[in-house]
Design a binder for this molecule. Structure first.
Ligand SMILES: [Ca+2]
Length: 375
């Protein structure tokens, strides 16, 4: 029933059942922000990517991909999704469109893949046709698969020259992050079809995995390409303290588990930087942690004061964390408190900011300036 009708005193009343837009206002340094719940009922939504027509592809960690309309209508699960290892932090993770999506319809998914030995992070791609992924193939597999349900990463980011960066975790295994003969605790860089770019830093190193771009990472769940420099910026979870913002440069060692701004969970010390000058230094860190989950460089018009800033989702922070920077130096931090664990942050084409909440009844939130309509 789209409406209810009844006759009251000879007058026909028609009550349309329009879905109520739930909105709240939160304060920020740039004025009040309207936060709408655009959609809900998504189970642990993890990654969001906009299609050219402004519909959204949204992953759910248990292993579903949905298409969400600009009005918030959620599709049936997209068919053709590979089997995922849906345990602990594992499952269906990030989603990204091919740079040539308009012509080739290719969608990339990162996920925890089950297999011999346990599970590891993998990337599949397929062609989106209505609510199906067709011709699905796995283009990358983190080696090796290991036991356990922690530290899969991951985010997908296409560089301006159409290479695909895949950020991963060290599967909570520590030392392998320093060993180039496996992909644990690394960022991989591949051509979209999975082949290895000739200019990757370790292609000529005996015994090294050739997809590795950088290593010594702990668990990277936020990554984005800087809109001006084209460099990959990433944020990784620290242990007890020490979430790090890094610029991921070719061939560099980011130090885990040799150094950290945090401490081990059992309170054992980790040497503080800069104990080893050869290691890449993070450019910003959080202690206590925010638990970073997704990031974007804001370039839109709706929040002009935010242009060029980094917006980071915080699970523990229950906020969008906004960073202003001057070159590679972070100059200011603001927390836009949203009262829910934030799993991803993405800018829409119209300049609004979209965020996912990490809940069993997960939501898509849409942030716009409260007074934008009056400007
Ligand atoms: Ca580090």
């Amino acid at each position: 029933m789209a409406y209810k009708s009844q006759i009251v005193a000879g007058v026909l009343l028609v009550v349309l059942t329009i879905p109520a837009v739930v909105a709240q206002t939160v304060e920020s340094q740039s004025g009040p922000i309207r936060v709408e719940t655009l959609a809900e009922g998504l189970e642990h939504p993890w990654g969001l990517a906009f299609l050219p027509d402004q519909r959204m592809l949204v992953t759910e960690r248990p292993g579903r991909l949905r298409i969400v309309s600009p009005a918030g209508d959620i599709s049936e699960p997209v068919t053709g999704i590979p089997e995922v290892f849906a345990r602990g932090q594992g499952g269906l993770l990030d989603v990204a469109l091919d740079p040539e999506f308009t012509s080739n319809k290719l969608v990339y998914l990162s996920f925890a893949e089950p297999g011999e030995g346990g599970a590891s992070t993998a990337v599949a791609r397929g062609q989106l046709e209505d609510v199906a992924l067709k011709n699905v193939e796995v283009v990358f597999r983190q080696q090796p698969k290991v036991e356990g349900g922690n530290h899969f990463g991951s985010r997908l980011a296409f560089s301006t020259d159409d290479k695909l960066f895949i950020t991963m975790g060290e599967r909570f295994k520590f030392d392998p992050a320093q060993d180039l003969s496996n992909h644990l605790g690394t960022i991989a860089r591949i051509h979209p079809d999975g082949s290895v770019p000739e200019d990757n830093p370790f292609v000529d190193r005996q015994g090294a995995e050739p997809e590795i771009w950088s290593y010594g990472h702990r668990n990277i769940q936020a990554a984005a390409i800087h809109p001006e420099t084209g460099q990959l910026w990433e944020i990784e979870h620290g242990p007890k303290g020490g979430d790090e913002l890094n610029i991921a440069e070719a061939g560099r060692n980011y130090g885990w588990p040799l150094v950290s701004w945090g401490r081990h969970y059992d309170d054992r010390d980790i040497p503080n930087p800069p104990t080893q000058p050869k290691l890449a230094q993070s450019i910003y860190q959080w202690t206590p942690v925010i638990a970073p989950s997704g990031m974007t460089f804001y370039t839109g018009d709706q929040f002009p004061e935010w242009r060029g800033n980094i917006l980071v989702g915080g699970l523990v922070a229950q906020a969008i964390v906004r960073l202003s920077q001057d070159g590679e130096e972070i100059t200011e931090e603001e927390r836009i408190k949203l009262g829910a664990r934030i799993r991803d942050v993405v800018q829409g084409a119209e300049g609004a900011v979209y965020a996912l909440t990490n809940q069993t009844n997960g939501k898509i939130l849409r942030l716009t300036p409260e007074d934008y309509r009056d400007r």
